[in-house]
Design a protein around this ligand. Structure first.
Ligand code: DGP
Length: 112
């Protein structure tokens, strides 16, 4: 998607502070962190949101969810972390390329 910020990050046309990459997934620091650690896990393929996922994305979604605790541990979030997937305008989604927020190191009681 030519006008998608995250596709541009995947393509190397926009910078990001990358923490993990493989053939299907990319992970980088959120530009507006709301905790000490705040990562975004994205698929390299353009998927608009969780609402657009189909059974063909089952394995990809599983890989994203399994990567979250690994990266949280690697970033020192030993006592726990939060995950968040905003979906659609009504769900607070601002970037319409599927992403999972992984964050922690702030107030554990905070709603986000
Ligand atoms: P959401 O509301 O779930 O769509 O959150 C999108 C997040 O993406 C938001 O926390 C800020 C982050 N973000 C937006 N643009 C950029 C960018 O260009 N680089 C990085 N690293 N993060 C971005």
């Amino acid at each position: 998607m030519s006008d998608c910020i995250f596709c541009k990050i995947v393509a190397g046309q926009l910078p990001s502070s990358k923490v993990y990459e493989d053939d299907e997934l990319l992970v980088f620091h959120d530009i507006h962190p709301f905790a000490r650690v705040h990562l975004l896990i994205i698929p390299k393929v353009h998927i608009v949101s969780l609402a657009e996922c189909t059974p063909e994305h089952e394995r990809l979604l599983g890989r994203i969810m399994l990567l979250a605790p690994r990266l949280a541990r690697e970033h020192g979030l030993d006592s726990g972390f939060k995950t968040l997937v905003n979906t659609g305008r009504g769900g607070g989604q601002e970037v319409f390329h599927l992403h999972v927020h992984v964050f922690g190191g702030g107030d554990p009681a905070a709603r986000v």
